[in-house]
Write a protein that binds this ligand. Structure first.
Ligand SMILES: Cc1ncc(COP(=O)(O)O)c(C=O)c1O
Length: 410
């Protein structure tokens, strides 16, 4: 094959990078905690050069071939067709973690120290928010919440506070699918010389590539759409600064140890192979379910980025390749209606996660946010009758039949 041959997005998902000289078709799971030294001189040489090294396999906390292969693949997807400042293909570098939270924690820890501040949105994924206001606060890192839609406010806040060192963004955000302008926010951060992190869990690189807009780091809960089957817990971090990844971030991973296991990496790789096909179908079903819900008399509002009624429809069209497979809707009759809807669901699955092959339904007010003060959850769009749906790959007629039945049960 011509060495200039450039694989397409689907091909990168499907094809595996070769690990070794063997002809295993599917990458093996390197279920080993250590790798042996050829002889004492090799061991001596390794330690003399400083020990832990991302490219030399010695101990699986410091690096494992199965894990590396999958991190490299996801980095290639995040950088697919993205150009660097010189117009060349952007090279991105990926790392896998034990969970989305381990990747997010590493991304934040790598970019702030005591006395620094993080600027972010109010509707972050709950545990990311908890990390900022508990552990990071205790270590002297302050969080400033801002309306990230208001670019002037964000810019002024950063200009007027030299302690703000990181802009952390989640787009689209839970549960209303609110979007933030990646191009505008990245430009502000670059001009003010601060770093940016984007949680790309809902979109995956198939639907949104934050690096294209000049964002510095992308994080994922690959537990979700990237794995796609709900079979494992893992996280991804992708960046474009090779030196920073290899030193600062690799150091954090090495010392804190939140590594992805080779088995989880293997499962993640299997999921990524069908990512584009699944995302296409998630979106197709989500669009049909959103239309069905929009016309239902018991539904007061549908939050779906594929509907022109969504306030961020235009922004999503601009920065995403599709409206994704997540939606939420509000029931007219509030809390009781939400609980009754959930009690009546039979076919779809009642669980808190998202991004699996089957349709997952959550009523936040009675489950994940039951202990959050009502005023606080309302501020973030979690209304009494709000149902969040991770739309799956089943026959759409079966999903709508279940929803129709559940909506008629109260
Ligand atoms: C948007 C988002 N980011 C991060 C996380 C955390 O990921 P994990 O559960 O893999 O640690 C989640 C989990 O639900 C999430 O929804």
């Amino acid at each position: 094959m011509n060495k200039n041959f450039k694989k397409g997005f689907h091909s990168i998902c499907v094809k595996d990078l070769v690990i070794d000289g063997l002809s295993s078709h599917v990458p093996p799971i390197y279920a080993t905690s250590t790798f042996t030294y050829e002889d004492l001189d090799a061991a001596f040489d390794f330690f003399k050069k400083g020990g832990a090294n991302k490219d030399v396999y010695t101990y699986s906390r410091l690096g494992n071939p199965t894990v590396k292969l999958v991190g490299d693949k996801i980095a290639a997807l995040e950088a697919f067709n993205v150009k660097d400042e010189n117009g060349n293909d952007l090279k991105a570098y990926g790392m896998l973690f034990a969970s989305g939270m381990a990747a997010i924690a590493a991304a934040i820890l790598a970019n702030v120290k005591a006395g620094d501040k993080v600027i972010t949105q109010g509707n972050l994924y709950g545990t990311t928010n908890e990390l900022l206001i508990t552990i990071l606060k205790d270590f002297g890192v302050e969080t400033i919440y801002a309306d990230l839609k208001d670019l002037n406010f964000v810019e002024d806040a950063i200009i007027n506070d030299e302690h703000i060192k990181l802009l952390y963004i989640e787009t689209p955000a839970n549960p209303t699918l609110e979007c933030f302008d990646l191009d505008g926010l990245a430009a502000i951060a670059q001009n003010q010389d601060i770093k940016t992190v984007v949680d790309n869990t809902f979109s995956t690189p198939y639907l949104q590539q934050p690096l294209k807009f000049g964002i510095d780091f992308v994080v994922h809960s690959s537990t979700k759409f990237l794995n796609g089957h709900g079979t494992g817990t893992s996280g991804v971090l992708v960046g474009k600064d090779e030196n920073f990844i290899n030193t600062k971030l690799y150091g954090i991973q090495k010392m804190i140890g939140g590594i992805c296991s080779p088995f989880e990496a293997f499962l993640l790789n299997n999921g990524v192979k069908t990512l584009p096909l699944r995302m296409d179908q998630h979106q197709k079903n989500a669009m049909q379910l959103a239309k069905f819900l929009s016309e239902h008399p018991k539904v007061s509002k549908v939050n779906y980025l594929g509907l022109e009624t969504h306030p961020d429809y235009a922004m999503a069209k601009e920065q995403m390749n599709g409206p994704c497979g997540m939606l939420s809707f509000e029931l007219k009759d509030g809390l009781e209606a939400g609980m009754n809807f959930m009690r009546a669901i039979e076919f779809c699955t009642l669980t808190a996660s998202l991004g699996t092959a089957d349709t997952l339904v959550t009523h936040s007010a009675s489950t994940s946010h039951v202990n959050v003060p009502r005023e606080q959850r309302l501020r973030h769009g979690i209304t009494d009758g709000l149902i969040r749906v991770s739309v799956g790959l089943e026959n759409i007629e079966d999903i709508t039949a279940d929803f129709s039945h559940a909506l008629s049960a109260f």
